[in-house]
Design a protein around this ligand. Structure first.
Ligand code: GLY
Ligand code: MN
Length: 502
């Protein structure tokens, strides 16, 4: 990777100050490898650039985002609402993690993958009966004059020579359908007359400093923003289909690479990389770190070390999701017998988890309690465990004051899915966990059984087997629609599908 260029030697004091402040190496004390910019070069950088302004169409989801903003405006009349995108997070020294905007910001703007600009902030200013919305953001770096004239070549975090072209303010306004302003005006916009203000806190230091904490009001805002995402609109459903179709394609890719993975020391990494390649090819990236768990690693729910071998005769539990450019994500799990055929013991466990998932799916319908599918799934599991002698009494194990079956299932049997893998997490219990399914909900059904390798309560041949089957569903007025149906579910079908790809 190339080294940086130190802030230019320029005459204008203001320009010099900004150049130095904005130069990431200088900010972080890492300029040792940077080279100074002589004044002649700084002057030279200022001229000779073509006008590359564009006219942008509205973002694909802009009209839907406008409706969501209207709902937020209606919920908090007379209050200022501040929704930051969040900023870059330092990885180490002078490199950041890839930027991914806050999901509430995405939901209210329909922002897309690579065009997302760190440190953008959406401000709803009370106006008449509603709000006037402004998107404060970083516009393009001016190249000819002014305090930011050196930014485009000297600022490795925000300079366009370093990270690529940004939208102009006019392009931002066109794309989002809201007024756009430079971030320089944000502090003033948040000061001035005392207006009751709610912010999504912890995403933007300037916002946090400008607005006094109001924990209860902020919690209420987060709850509203989460609940606003419970029922998906047409755009969101389309984007979830895009994400899940890519996720399915990633599973096909993995099966096609499975043989190759068995010949490698850390075959799980090959599997992870194979899926991740699909995620980057088709979408923005991953919705969450890929879980590529082979052998006994399958009993660790979120095995993301992925540093183990993939061996013939073992299973591979792959739990993965492609995040589309729109930031909606898939979340699918399959258990793959590495040889292409389940052993008897593996098949026994698979059939029980499959039956549990089938029972969960059968409980999905609009109007059902959200908890119904979980209850249906774990009932099948508890009864199966009783039949195997692992539970003495399934009914007693299912009782709320016992839940002994959870020694082998550990986690819940599903969750809402959307911009976040575990979507709508700040929704109230009564609207989510104890609420009812509605048309437009998208959720996963993913019961599992995890027989830890050192669990002496388990017959030896089952120890070290962890299985989860996970699919994504849209609830409609007519019942559930499987969105991940491009993958087989039943054991025989999994084997047939694998044979066609290996
Ligand atoms: N697929 C990861 C999870 O649901 O926790
Ligand atoms: Mn999941």
């Amino acid at each position: 990777m190339c080294n940086g260029i130190v802030a230019p030697l320029v005459e204008d004091d203001d320009e010099r100050r900004h150049a130095v402040e904005r130069h990431s190496g200088a900010e972080r004390g890492t300029q040792s490898h940077d080279k100074a910019v002589p004044q002649a070069l700084a002057q030279n950088f200022r001229q000779g650039w073509a006008d590359s302004a564009r006219t942008l169409p509205p973002l694909p989801g802009a009209a839907y985002a406008a409706k969501r903003r209207a709902a937020l405006s209606e919920r908090f009349p007379g209050e200022r609402i501040v929704i930051p995108s969040g900023g870059l997070k330092l990885r180490s020294n002078d490199f950041d993690f890839a930027f991914r905007p806050h999901s509430a910001f995405v939901h209210l703007t329909a922002e897309q993958g690579t065009s997302a600009v760190p440190d953008s902030v959406l401000v709803f200013e009370p106006h008449g009966n509603g709000h006037h919305v402004t998107l404060f953001t970083r516009d393009r770096s001016p190249r000819d004059a002014g305090p930011r004239a050196a930014e485009f070549y000297s600022d490795r975090r925000h300079g366009e020579f370093w990270i690529g072209r940004r939208r102009t303010l006019a392009e931002t306004a066109d794309a989002f359908g809201v007024e756009a302003a430079t971030r320089e005006g944000l502090e003033r916009a948040l000061g001035g007359a005392a207006v009751p203000t709610r912010v999504v806190r912890g995403e933007d230091a300037l916002v946090d400093a400008a607005v006094a904490p109001a924990p209860e009001a902020e919690r209420e805002l987060l709850t509203f923003l989460s609940e606003l995402r419970l029922v998906k609109d047409e755009f969101e459903i389309e984007q979830l289909r895009v994400a899940i179709d890519s996720t399915v394609a990633g599973f096909h890719d993995v099966v096609a690479e499975l043989r190759h993975a068995t010949g490698l020391g850390r075959g799980e990494r090959w599997i992870e990389g194979t899926f991740n390649r699909r995620a980057r090819l088709d979408g923005h990236g991953l919705g969450f770190d890929t879980i590529a768990a082979s052998g006994a690693h399958s009993t660790t729910l979120h095995w993301i070390h992925n540093d183990g071998p993939v061996r013939d005769g073992d299973i591979l539990l792959l739990d993965a999701g492609v995040e589309a450019d729109s930031f909606y994500t898939g979340d699918v799990s399959r258990v793959l017998p590495v040889s292409g055929r389940f052993s008897d013991a593996q098949r026994r466990v698979y059939e029980l988890v499959y039956a549990a998932q089938s029972a969960g799916i059968a409980a999905l319908r609009p109007g059902a309690r959200y908890g119904d599918f979980h209850d249906a799934a774990v009932r099948v599991i508890a009864e199966g465990l009783e039949a195997w002698g692992l539970l003495r009494d399934a009914e007693a194990a299912l009782a709320p004051d016992s839940t002994l079956y959870r020694r082998y299932t550990l986690c819940g049997s599903g969750h809402m899915l959307g911009l976040d893998c575990h979507d709508c997490a700040a929704a109230r219990t009564e609207t989510y966990m104890e609420g009812r399914l509605e048309a437009g909900h998208v959720l996963t059904v993913e019961p599992g059984l995890y027989f830890q390798p050192d669990d002496l309560t388990i017959p030896e041949e089952l120890r070290g087997i962890g299985m989860r089957i996970e699919d994504d569903f849209l609830i409609t007025a007519d019942g559930p629609v499987i969105l991940s149906g491009g993958l087989p579910r039943a054991a025989d079908e999994v084997e047939t599908w694998m044979a066609s790809l290996m």
